[in-house]
Design a protein around this ligand. Structure first.
Ligand code: SF4
Length: 475
């Protein structure tokens, strides 16, 4: 059977769908992130409110939910809500947890709805109208969730009807591909794209591309990548130093000399701007499709936790942490931070866009804390920058994520085996903690959250000390 999600996968990449269906053992499922699970859970929640809304309508008896259509040619569609009209036709309602109707390739809501419409039609239904039910971006929670305010109904009938012909051809293409006993597995089209576009099947289809390759080079232009691919040059050993930019040179150099690339002047530029005490700061934020508390909009981020390590010039290291024990506006978090950060010293983060984004948002929300928070923004430096051009180990493989850098430079510190080990798991853990009635289980989750966030800032301290010692082997 070809389901709607199979079809969307086909539109994004036919080969990966074929591999999943024909060689499931070779198809690498990405189970490293909890994000898809969170998305699915939010989808069910939003659908529940849509159902609640419909059940309060005078025509509620005409609605059915999760109606399945299986067609003779192999389509499988499960429609979120279906309304039977008096003339025998039906209306289709697709429920989405986004705040608008999306048309990008990864989440094409209109193509989704066109697939459902075609499947319903083939199953003998005359589809009159198609609606996309999505979240209202202007909704702000005030008391119990108001499904009427939370949800918006977009009439997608005309755009979906306009897509039916091309979608039918695409469905025929997908079904034909799935009937193929074999396909060209010798490469795939993502050779032309940057690593951000590659799926988990990239290595399967491109076994000749080595671990350290042109895809390890940051910001490689599309034209240069096309040239390298056309010439069959994938390995970094096939690239000349004169062919890379200033940002790519450290990765190539680290690979070629089999030692880290070190630019002491670059590292000194970073160290020179720092003022003690050094505050290593990390926030965790929560966001959900359905606002968790009053005053919040769908998907609005809510800082609920921070960890702060304070390194003094005499080497003393203090640790301060904050974890909200209920959903609330983050004023207590800001107050705790203000007490711990004080008026002097640099603030060091990993990826300052994120932390400063939170500070700027909270500065707007709490005018009385604006001067403090914007002062923190001014005092913030990004430790991540050092690993762009100051210190680059080929084992980072072109990445500057702390999850890549830490195991290489401080191998004794690790996120391995932690119950909460990334931002999505932290969101999920906090939500579970808030809903947990068993005090022991709640305390267990609390400790897991604290341990994870503390490791984030301790990792920064250790990485900073590694950099500041300037005592490394380089090529
Ligand atoms: S890496 Fe290959 S299999 Fe994966 S999406 Fe890209 S083209 Fe498809």
């Amino acid at each position: 059977m070809l389901s709607k999600s199979d079809f969307i996968q086909y539109l994004n990449c036919p080969k990966s769908l074929w591999l999943k269906q024909h060689k499931p053992d070779a198809y690498p499922e990405d189970d490293s992130s909890e994000y898809p699970g969170k998305l699915a859970a939010e989808g069910y929640l939003v659908e529940g409110y849509a159902r609640q809304l419909v059940e309060g309508r005078p025509d509620s008896g005409r609605f059915s939910f999760q109606t399945v259509f299986e067609t003779e040619d192999g389509l499988y569609a499960r429609v979120d809500m279906l309304r039977k009209n008096e003339d025998g036709s039906v209306d289709i309602f697709e429920v989405k947890s986004s705040t608008s109707v999306k048309g990008d390739t990864a989440h094409d809501h209109l193509k989704d709805a066109a697939f459902q419409t075609i499947a319903a039609g083939k199953a003998g239904h005359d589809v009159r109208n198609v609606f996309i039910v999505h979240l209202n971006k202007d909704y702000v929670r005030d008391g119990e969730i108001d499904p009427q305010g939370l949800l918006a109904f977009a009439d997608a009938t005309e755009p979906v009807k306009g897509l039916l012909k091309e979608t039918e051809l695409e469905i025929a293409g997908a079904l034909a591909l799935l009937r193929e006993p074999s396909i060209d597995e010798s490469s795939c089209s993502c050779l032309a794209l940057s690593r951000a576009h590659h799926c988990e099947s990239f290595d399967y289809f491109n076994p000749a591309v080595p671990e350290f390759s042109i895809y390890s080079l940051p910001n490689l232009s599309a034209s240069k990548r096309a040239t390298f691919v056309a010439e069959g040059r994938f390995g970094l050993d096939q690239i000349e130093p004169g062919e890379v930019t200033r940002l790519q040179k450290p990765v190539l150099h680290a690979h070629n000399v089999e030692n880290p690339y070190v630019d002491l002047a670059d590292i000194d530029n970073f160290l020179d701007v720092l003022e003690y005490p050094l505050h290593f700061l990390d926030y965790e934020t929560y966001a959900s499709a359905v606002p968790i508390m009053n005053g919040m909009a769908p998907h609005e981020p809510l800082p609920f936790q921070f960890s702060l390590h304070v390194l003094h010039d005499d080497g003393r290291l203090d640790h301060v942490e904050y974890l909200a024990d209920r959903p609330q506006r983050p004023l207590p978090l800001v107050e705790a931070l203000e007490q711990a950060v004080g008026a002097a010293g640099s603030v060091i983060v990993w990826n300052k866009r994120f932390e400063n984004g939170q500070n700027e948002r909270m500065a707007k929300a709490f005018p009385e804390k604006r001067a403090f928070l914007l002062g923190v923004v001014d005092r913030t430096v990004d430790l991540r920058d050092v690993f762009k051009t100051g210190y680059v180990d080929i084992r980072f493989n072109g990445s500057t994520s702390i999850k890549k850098v830490l195991p290489v430079v401080i191998p004794e510190l690790s996120y391995e085996g932690m119950e909460i080990a990334d931002g999505t798991a932290a969101m999920d853990g906090w939500e579970k903690m808030l809903g947990e009635s068993d005090p022991a289980r709640r305390e267990h989750l609390r400790q897991a959250l604290l341990t994870y966030c503390e490791l984030d800032t301790l990792a920064m301290v250790r990485i900073f000390q590694f950099v500041a010692a300037r005592d490394f082997r380089s090529g």
